[in-house]
Design a protein around this ligand. Structure first.
Ligand SMILES: [Zn+2]
Length: 313
């Protein structure tokens, strides 16, 4: 890789501390740069770690990462709002909510419309400005977020964030320190123990190396949570915005060498070519199957992503 001198190879698990000797290794390729990365699986707790870890991840994020074209974005926003209303169900009354890595702030905007007081964090000032300007949300730039003792939150959300962090246990411990008594942390991450991951292996859409630095199973998430003084209360798998599409892209990758080209097209990160008609035919062919597989995997607790609620252990 071009920045090999800056890359760090992992030697032991950042969650339980076990060495990787004898652990499984999944070979994958970044679909943006074509660079090879491996996922080494901890033989003790089962957490997967991307290796090597680039010192600078910016070259691996396309300019349009997660910026889908308007009709895709509209569908996603609908589904996100449905998801947020599910988070609220377990609370007797709205309280104070924090989303770590809140993107454009659509989740927090929905929570606020249901009576919650909200604030969010993002990695850079530019990213924080997007949520501030679009929805008028109180934003912090990491790591200068809310400090323990300054603010406490009944609901803390890490939605599709934890897998991007080099030290997920530290991130969970920080969230725990900001949790109000009786509060709850919602964590949404891809599920490496899913049927989709087993079918896709290194071609699995949600493996997404090197942007995803850690790869959870229900058991390894529980172990990481325990390391941060938290315990898992519930785990769910229903994810209409991630799972059927993940099946379509993973099947196209595995059976037709698509290398996430469909995703790049939907993000506007590449131009359409005449040969993409094959990709579109593939979508029509496997789309209905993908919906059936997704629904069956949810019913069997083997969905491609999982959403866990964590409480103080
Ligand atoms: Zn481990």
């Amino acid at each position: 890789m071009s920045n090999a001198a800056d890359a760090r190879c992992r030697e032991s698990c950042g969650s339980c501390g076990a060495g990787f000797a004898g652990g499984r290794r999944i070979v994958s390729r970044d679909y943006v740069t074509g660079t090879r990365f491996d996922v080494v699986v901890c033989p003790s707790c089962g957490l997967g770690w991307t290796t090597p870890v680039p010192a600078d991840l910016d070259p691996y994020y396309p300019r349009t990462y997660r910026r889908y074209n308007p009709w895709v974005a509209r569908v996603l926003n609908r589904l996100y709002r449905w998801r947020v209303s599910r988070w609220c169900r377990g609370f007797a009354a709205p309280g104070s909510a924090l989303e770590l890595g809140c993107g454009d702030g659509v989740m927090l905007d929905t929570l606020r419309s249901q009576g919650w007081q909200v604030c969010g964090t993002e990695r850079t000032e530019a990213m924080a400005a997007t949520a501030r300007e679009r929805y008028g949300i109180r934003m912090y730039v990491d790591p200068d977020g809310p400090q323990p003792g300054e603010d406490r939150f009944e609901l803390i959300v890490l939605f599709q964030v934890l897998e991007h962090l080099a030290d997920p246990v530290a991130a969970l411990a920080r969230a725990r320190s900001l949790l109000a008594d009786g509060g709850r942390i919602v964590v949404g991450v891809p599920n490496r123990a899913s049927w989709q991951a087993a079918f896709g292996s290194g071609d699995w859409f949600h493996l997404d190396v090197p942007r995803h630095l850690v790869h959870f199973t229900p058991a390894s998430l529980a172990a990481a949570a325990a390391g941060a003084g938290l315990r898992v209360e519930t785990v769910g798998h229903i994810s209409p915005e991630h799972d059927p599409f993940g099946w379509v892209q993973t099947i196209l990758n595995r059976c037709a060498g698509n290398s996430n080209r469909l995703t790049l097209l939907l993000m506007g990160a590449t131009r359409w070519r005449i040969s993409d008609i094959v990709t579109l035919l593939g979508v029509m062919l496997v789309g209905p199957l993908a919906v059936v597989l997704a629904a069956a995997s949810w019913a069997c607790g083997r969905g491609a992503v999982m959403e866990a609620t964590l409480v103080r252990g």
